[in-house]
Design a protein around this ligand. Structure first.
Ligand SMILES: C[S@@+](CC[C@H](N)C(=O)[O-])C[C@H]1O[C@@H](n2cnc3c(N)ncnc32)[C@H](O)[C@@H]1O
Length: 240
């Protein structure tokens, strides 16, 4: 195992070889596929899913993964990919990477990408925070999308939220100058936290924006709207 492989969150071990407990922004959910997910997985995973081990290869490169150099767009936590396919199809000149640790979501996302007629998406089921730090070069991301990240509503779980000052600093360093981080949430308290964190990050400039018209409505937005929650869209641009 390479040194980098042992650093991956789900592989990190203590010195005496035990699995290290870590604070992650997700919990492992079921991995069973529905028949339609299995069908999409069988049809597309060889072409569109990056095998976990590939990220441990020395010299891992996005240009090699996509077979071309192109501006990089990243989605963190696409869920079942309801937004991924449509947004990627509208950006045929970009390489779109979707980081999703939940494999049934990846399988469903493959079907969404195929239905949208896009062939510029690659799914990676390695932790997005780790990946952004280790696989993505500084100043190389044109757009980053984080729609309806897990809100971790209980106070004792707040530390698991993806959007923290450290993560915002990392994102700012990975965006290209002028690159944009778009976020959406239906969780009012998380929206406030996002704004506080992102407003305090000197490498980012932005705030709340009207609903991004291009963003497809996903299950999480529908559920939030159905129970009367306000949907908050944020957009921050890399400055400096
Ligand atoms: C609440 S769902 C939102 C799904 C989708 N964006 C939507 O709007 O329907 C959040 C997703 O993010 C994924 N996720 C959370 N933290 C992640 C991480 N660090 N790396 C990759 N995926 C992550 C979870 O597995 C989950 O599918």
């Amino acid at each position: 195992m390479s040194e980098q492989a042992t650093a991956r969150p789900h592989m990190k071990l203590t010195e005496d070889g035990r699995r290290l407990r870590q604070v992650l922004s997700y919990s492992r959910r079921g991995s069973r596929f529905t028949p339609s997910q299995q069908e999409a997985w069988d049809a597309h995973h060889r072409d569109w899913v990056i095998p976990d081990e590939a990220v441990d290869e020395p010299g891992f490169s996005w240009a090699e993964v996509f077979g071309r150099e192109a501006p990089l767009v990243i989605e963190i936590g696409p869920g079942v990919g309801e937004a991924t396919g449509v947004l990627a199809a509208a950006r045929p000149d970009c390489n779109v990477v979707a980081f999703e640790v939940w494999l049934p979501g990846v399988a469903a996302g493959l079907a969404e990408v195929a239905a949208a007629g896009a062939d510029n998406v690659r799914f990676c089921s390695v932790d997005a925070a780790w990946s952004l730090e280790h696989l993505v070069a500084p100043s190389s991301v044109r757009e980053l999308w984080t729609f309806f990240p897990d809100p971790w509503p209980k106070t004792k779980h707040h530390k698991r939220r993806l959007v923290t000052p450290e993560f915002a600093r990392l994102v700012a360093s990975r965006l290209e100058p002028g690159g944009v981080w778009r976020l959406a949430t239906d969780w009012a308290a998380y929206a406030v936290q996002m704004r506080q964190v992102l407003d305090a990050e000197p490498g980012l400039e932005g705030g709340q924006v009207p609903r991004w018209a291009e963003r497809p409505v996903t299950k999480f937005e529908r559920k939030g709207v159905a129970v009367g929650r306000e949907i908050v869209d944020l957009a921050y641009r890399r400055v400096g």
